[in-house]
Ligand binder design. Structure first.
Ligand code: H2U
Ligand code: ZN
Length: 375
């Protein structure tokens, strides 16, 4: 049998890779990358042009859209930094009526309560994470930490999902920089699987799955895109999306409320750097869905949980050619063409000076910007 850890061999032959967090396989078909493409050309995601858009329901001072849950239409305050509000179209409501349906184990339903919020990262309509200053991003990280702590302190809230959809291709409803937070009373499917996998790994090996994985990745140094003192961003060995990134904390902790102030600054730094690599790859405002995976807020310590974030971007080989999760993926399992090693190499080569700054020539260090921590 070939040494399957040898990625030069894996670069030319179809194979399966195992995702130990989800405990599922991904099919890798690197020999397919040259196939012709006459399919859909996706719309690019241009950067928003206006600093303030009078028709944007997230811009400061503007009216929001009409609420589904009734009541007057809200107006945003003239906010000057990060701004959080309860989602007017919340997918979950705090006091869901009690429901328990079970007919023969086939028609099964349960009540689900929750709180949904929207976080505007900046009053500026035209910014995105790679275009914000480190200081502005540190404030966003602080707000996430506050939200995690306050929502998590509610005794019925068992899980908090912070996530960002960026770009129309990923379903973002508005280019204004924002994310969502959904807190709910039960553990959703994907965190449930990841927590179970981490718990089983810990029980069996008396160590942490992501600590061990990160140590391996740092030793091999094939898939790391960028890192600072507290975080590493890498294309995971088992990536499904072409340019998927896993952001892993270097220290073992289970959630954002355990981070030191230095780690919060480093999180802001790495978020900006990862998204700059992304924008630079195809010289576009790179679409993605990203989110953090943290310990469930069920009152248990969850020492098995290791703080991390996933970036799932849809683009495949240019700003206009995307990967579709259809056919085999819908009916059988995930599949990718370019290897994670090639994807990491391309992302690294895309560099850390944002292409819009590079085009503008050398610029002075922006005010409000902190020094980047050493890599
Ligand atoms: P997305 O771009 O990821 O869809 O997030 C925007 C959220 O903003 C979305 O969940 C909410 C939508 O329900 N929203 C409001 O709460 N109020 C509004 O006036 C419009 C949009
Ligand atoms: Zn706006």
């Amino acid at each position: 049998m070939k040494n399957l850890a040898d990625s030069s061999y894996l670069a030319h032959t179809p194979h399966r890779r195992f995702n130990p967090l989800m405990r599922e396989w991904v099919l890798v078909s690197p020999h397919r990358t040259q196939r012709p493409w006459q399919g859909k050309i996706a719309d690019t995601t241009p950067a928003a042009a206006l600093q303030y858009d009078p028709s944007c329901y997230l811009c400061p001072g503007n009216e929001r859209a009409r609420s589904l849950v009734g009541g007057a239409v809200a107006r945003n305050p003239a906010y000057t930094s990060t701004f959080v509000f309860d989602n007017d179209y919340a997918a979950l409501l705090p006091a869901a009526p009690q429901i328990a349906v079970d007919e023969a184990g086939l028609l099964v339903a349960r009540a689900e309560s929750g709180i949904c919020r929207v976080v505007c990262f900046s009053p500026r309509h035209d910014l995105t994470i790679p275009r914000m200053s480190l200081l502005e991003l540190c404030i966003v990280v602080d707000v996430w930490a506050e939200q995690f702590a306050s929502l998590g302190s509610l005794d019925w809230v068992k899980h908090i999902q912070i996530f960002e959809n960026r770009g129309a291709l990923m379903g973002a409803s508005n280019p204004h920089p924002h994310c969502q937070i959904w807190a709910n009373a039960s553990l959703p499917n994907i965190p449930e699987r990841e927590v179970a996998a981490q718990a089983e790994y810990r029980a069996e090996k008396h160590s942490c799955l992501l600590c061990d994985y990160l140590a391996l990745e740092q030793k091999r140094n094939e898939r790391v895109v960028c890192q600072n003192d507290s975080f590493a961003a890498l294309v995971p060995y088992w990536a499904v999306w072409p340019f998927e990134v896993l952001l892993v904390s270097k220290r073992h902790f289970s959630a954002i409320d355990e981070m030191s102030s230095g780690e919060r600054d480093h999180l802001a730094d790495i978020l900006r750097r990862v998204t700059t690599h992304y924008d630079n790859l195809f010289l576009t405002s790179f679409p993605y869905s990203m989110g953090f995976h943290q310990r469930p807020t069920d009152g248990n310590a969850h020492p098995e949980c290791h703080f991390h974030a996933h970036y799932f971007p849809p683009l495949l080989r240019s700003a206009t050619v995307q990967k579709f999760m259809v056919g085999y993926e819908m009916l059988a399992g995930p599949q990718r063409d370019i290897t994670p090693e090639t994807a990491a190499e391309q992302l690294r080569a895309a560099g850390e000076i944002h292409y819009l700054d590079a085009a503008a020539g050398p610029s002075p260090v922006p005010q409000n910007s902190k020094q980047e921590p050493s890599a």
